[in-house]
Design a protein. Structure first.
Length: 253
């Protein structure tokens, strides 16, 4: 069996003996015998091509993730599939939910550069963010959680216990608070853990509130306008005094 990772995880492949998705496809098309395990970074399209080619040739292609499909735009709040990092959350126990982390190496967080062999910490934080929003919106409808509401973070702390690599990864959320605090909002608190075969790699504590967009949107607009006024006030000028050809003095100038 040979591990397949995304095309951009070259350092990990060199260190672990893995091959890239493109190399796996090329070998299968060339008729080489290869039994494969799909790791992280492989796009859904490439994974499907590898699975089809492998099955047609009678090779074994293992996809360890329990759920191979990304949760989708409405659940992840991400428009592009490569930025959707989790599968749909599934209930493991009362108030405990799990999902697979599904990394595509075209993801926006990985688009600039990769350092070393491991998955970036910010990628794990983004997966955590997608998970707690998804759990709140899809698992607590009975509390009247607004669909596509405003999600406001109250607290997010993250701890990293060991490197995570481009290998099968899953995430678990234990909800410790789910309370409808007003008609237009539901408050949550949760512990979130990320695992690979070698054990837990990261954990977070979060608290957040999901608001109805119709009630919070106007308030946010008022606060945005107030913040802009505060900027001009700190510069000692009025917004009405600024014209297109008049430079704005910078603080300390």
């Amino acid at each position: 069996m040979q591990l397949v990772t995304g095309n951009r995880f070259k350092d990990f492949a060199a260190a672990s003996g893995a091959i890239s998705a493109q190399t796996a496809i090329d070998r299968l098309l060339a008729g080489e015998s290869c039994n494969l395990v799909i790791g992280q970074g492989v796009s859904e399209q490439d994974a499907n091509v590898i699975a089809v080619l492998g099955a047609a040739a009678g090779h074994r292609v293992a996809r360890p993730a329990l759920d191979h499909r990304r949760a989708g735009r409405d659940v992840c709040h991400k428009h592009h599939p490569e930025n959707q990092l989790i599968s749909a959350p599934r209930r493991a126990e009362s108030d405990i939910f799990e999902a697979d982390i599904l990394v595509d190496d075209r993801n926006e967080i990985l688009s600039d550069h990769l350092t070393g062999c491991h998955l970036q910490g910010m990628l794990l934080i983004e997966a955590t963010r997608q998970m707690f929003i998804a759990v709140g919106e899809t698992q607590y409808e009975h509390l009247g959680v607004p669909t596509n509401g405003y999600v406001v973070f109250d607290r997010l702390t993250a701890g990293f216990e060991q490197f995570a690599f481009p290998l099968p990864t899953w995430i678990r959320q234990t909800v410790t608070r789910a309370e409808k605090v007003k008609d237009d909002r539901v408050a949550f608190a949760a512990s979130i853990e990320i695992f690979q075969a070698q054990g837990r790699v990261a954990q977070s504590e979060v608290s957040y509130t999901i608001f109805d967009a119709g009630s919070l949107g106007p308030k946010e607009e008022r606060l945005a306008n107030k913040a802009a006024d505060a900027l001009f006030s700190s510069l000692g000028i009025s917004r009405d005094d600024v014209t297109a050809d008049q430079p704005v003095p910078m603080a300390g100038a």
